[in-house]
Design a protein around this ligand. Sequence first.
Ligand SMILES: C[S@@+](CC[C@H](N)C(=O)[O-])C[C@H]1O[C@@H](n2cnc3c(N)ncnc32)[C@H](O)[C@@H]1O
Length: 303
Amino acid sequence: MHESVLLTESINYLNLNDKSIIVDCTLGYGGHSSHILKQIPNGYLYAFDQDKEAIKEAEKKLKAVRDNYEIINTNFVNLKEEITKRVDKVDGILFDLGVSSPQLDEAERGFSFHKDGLLDMRMNQDQELSAYDVVNTYSLEELTKIFKVYGEEKYASSIAKGIVKTRENNPIKTTLELAEIIKENVPEKYRRQGHPARKVFQAIRIEVNDELNVFEKTLKDALDLINVGGRICVITFHSLEDRICKHVFNEVSSIPKELQNLPIIPDEYKPKFKVIANIKPKAEEIEKNNRSRSARLRVIERS
Ligand SMILES: C[S@@+](CC[C@H](N)C(=O)[O-])C[C@H]1O[C@@H](n2cnc3c(N)ncnc32)[C@H](O)[C@@H]1O
């Protein structure tokens, strides 16, 4: 079961009316999408996901509401191309980033450091590059860089060395094998501060799915697709995603520094967007759903 994070808040911020045209970039198990669909009886929903398993489940949920939707089974990096084939502009776009609970919980998807499965971590099951390839073929330098940049892992270098040494004998095949190597290559006291494999697993997942580059490009494309008065809602789960969102939103919602002291700002330099919200889940939600503890919702509106 996937419990949607910041559900009420993100749906409210989308400012739906019965005719809204909405894009959900991360359909997942249809939690957000089914709520959106209920509120747009005369509108339309386009929902993206690259995970066929998720789509199968979500489809059942959406069908039970009504049929004014289309599921687009592709990476959301294709958002602009796919949407402009269908409509010029939309009234709202939602991103609920990362992986869903079923993706994390099913050992065979290879995302979990708690459950043993083959190293995989592909959101799109048709993609070639998997976690196995990253762990067994990337150089020491590449691994160190990924762990540092995408995992902000303090012990990036010693973990990468441990991986390279182990795979000299045999390839590293499973999630628990990798988790054990990580554990062995960090100091004893670090092992007690949360699971020592968390950051490295996050880093490999980001690399396998090219998550940060894809998100940044798509968020910029999303800005071009929004109608006046329309909103983009983004739910992120770690600081790297959030930083990208903050930066992109700041850039389009502020007056360029060199013009800030002018008494009158020429129309062409006035920001096209305004930031509407930047919130975290309430304590009650975090208590009920631990996955929401690191979530943040940012909302921007086209002026
Ligand atoms: C956190 S879940 C979304 C859950 C959903 N909002 C719900 O309430 O059920 C994220 C989903 O986005 C999908 N996803 C992540 N990155 C994607 C991308 N670049 N393109 C398409 N789908 C993506 C994942 O496969 C996953 O199903």
